[in-house]
Structures are given as structure tokens and as C-alpha cells.
Design a protein around this ligand. Structure first.
Ligand code: DX5
Ligand code: ZN
Length: 215
């Protein structure tokens, strides 16, 4: 699969409606929403009201990435706000199995994210329950950071685990994606590429999204 999820963290929030309309008119597969609480990561982004507004006008499913502590407390609310996929961080969940079941019970897709330092093997007893795994290819918290090369190795390990356990999980990569990195990521086995500054900082975001899907 070659799917693209533009991250609106890099969008112009003075014209958020236009940015969502651009995504609607593009070949993007999801809208990636980055929720940061200033505790799990050192940045604060945006929260439920923005996700609700995006959901009202988006024709693409919302891929909600929760960079927050105790995400269990907010899963129902992000579901009601319109999330189609909810990603929680392995590092933020003490009872990850319960959290994943909570997401699945809502009838939406459950995804778990690993920080760059967290080994893929941590997911070996949960992989069968997951619809997606998000591998951070930068340290979470900010857009526009440099891609971490070790991600390619983690994709190979994750692919092996997925095949071994007969899991249907997609592999999503988040952080520092551009054409050069993106091509290697798809070749390594990635299914979904998140791209923030590369899409919204480009001259023609619609063309950039289309080109990312054709790498
Ligand atoms: C980083 C976020 C990313 C971010 C990616 O913590 O999870 O989704 O928006 O931004 P770029 O593509 O600019 O690295
Ligand atoms: Zn993200």
C-alpha cells in the first residue's frame, strides 16, 4: 500500500478550512491530527474543538495521533470528535491491551506508536490486535525535524513480526518524510507516510501529495 496522511500541524491555521479543502481535493488518504499535551511531549498543539471542526468539513478519514499521557481518558471524546483511527503511544500506556480494546470497541481502528528508542519487539504480544503501527522517525513533539535513519531497520523488523503473527496491521511512518526518504520507506515496507512540513511547505501541496503516492 502507498498511502499518504498530510499532518495539519504544518498547515496555516488562519486558513484551516482552505487547507482541509486542499486535502479533500487531493489524493491524500487520511488527515493526520497531532494532539500534544505539553506533558508527554514538550509542545502543546491543538485539541478536541479543532478536530471536531476538521471532521465537519473533511471528506478524508481522521488519523488522530495522541501524544498525551493517559490517553484512555480521552479516547471516547476523540471518537465523538470524528476520529477514524486513534493512535496511542506505547510509552504512555500502562495497560496497553485495555486501551487498544477500548478503541476497538468503538468500532474504529486501533494503532500503537513507538518512539525512536522503543524496540519493535515490545509489540509482539499485541500486534494481532492492531490495525496499524506508527513508527516515529523523529522524536515526537515538533514538525520539521530530521529523519532518523534507524527507522528502515525497524520497518523490516516490524514487517517480520506482522507476517509471523499473521497480523493485518499497516505500518505508518511519521516525521521528516520527503521524496527521498519516502521512496526508501515504501521500499522497506511502509504503508502510510505522514508528511507535514514537506506537504504544506511545498509550492503545490496537491501535486506533492500525488507525487508521494507515486514514489
Ligand atoms: C511530530 C508529529 C508529526 C509531525 C510531522 O511529533 O507526530 O506528525 O507533524 O511533521 P514533519 O513531516 O514536518 O516531520
Ligand atoms: Zn504525528
Amino acid at each position: 500500500m502507498k498511502l499518504v496522511a498530510p499532518s495539519i500541524l504544518a498547515a496555516n491555521f488562519n486558513h484551516l478550512g482552505d487547507e482541509i479543502e486542499m486535502i479533500n481535493n487531493s489524493e491524500a488518504d487520511f488527515v493526520h491530527c497531532d494532539i500534544m499535551d505539553g506533558v508527554f511531549v514538550s509542545n502543546i498543539s491543538y485539541g478536541l474543538p479543532i478536530v471536531q471542526h476538521v471532521h465537519q468539513i473533511s471528506r478524508k478519514p481522521l488519523d488522530v495521533h495522541l501524544m498525551i499521557v493517559n490517553p484512555d481518558r480521552y479516547i471516547n471524546e476523540f471518537y465523538r470528535a470524528g476520529a477514524a483511527i486513534i493512535t496511542v503511544h506505547y510509552e504512555a500506556c500502562t495497560h496497553l491491551h485495555r486501551t487498544v480494546q477500548q478503541i476497538k470497541d468503538l468500532g474504529i481502528q486501533a494503532s500503537v506508536c513507538l518512539n525512536p528508542h522503543s524496540p519493535v519487539a515490545l509489540l509482539s504480544d499485541i500486534i494481532e490486535d492492531l490495525d496499524m503501527v506508527l513508527l516515529m522517525s523523529v522524536n515526537p513533539g515538533f514538525g520539521g525535524q530530521k529523519f532518523i535513519e534507524n527507522t528502515y531497520r525497524k520497518i523490516a523488523q516490524l514487517k517480520d513480526l506482522i507476517i509471523q503473527r499473521n497480523s493485518k496491521a499497516m505500518i505508518e511512518i511519521d516525521g521528516g518524510v520527503n521524496f527521498e526518504v519516502g521512496e526508501k520507506l515504501y521500499n522497506a515496507g511502509a504503508d502510510v507516510l505522514v508528511a507535514g512540513s514537506f506537504v504544506f511547505g511545498s509550492e503545490n501541496p496537491i501535486e506533492t501529495i500525488a507525487a508521494l503516492k507515486r514514489l
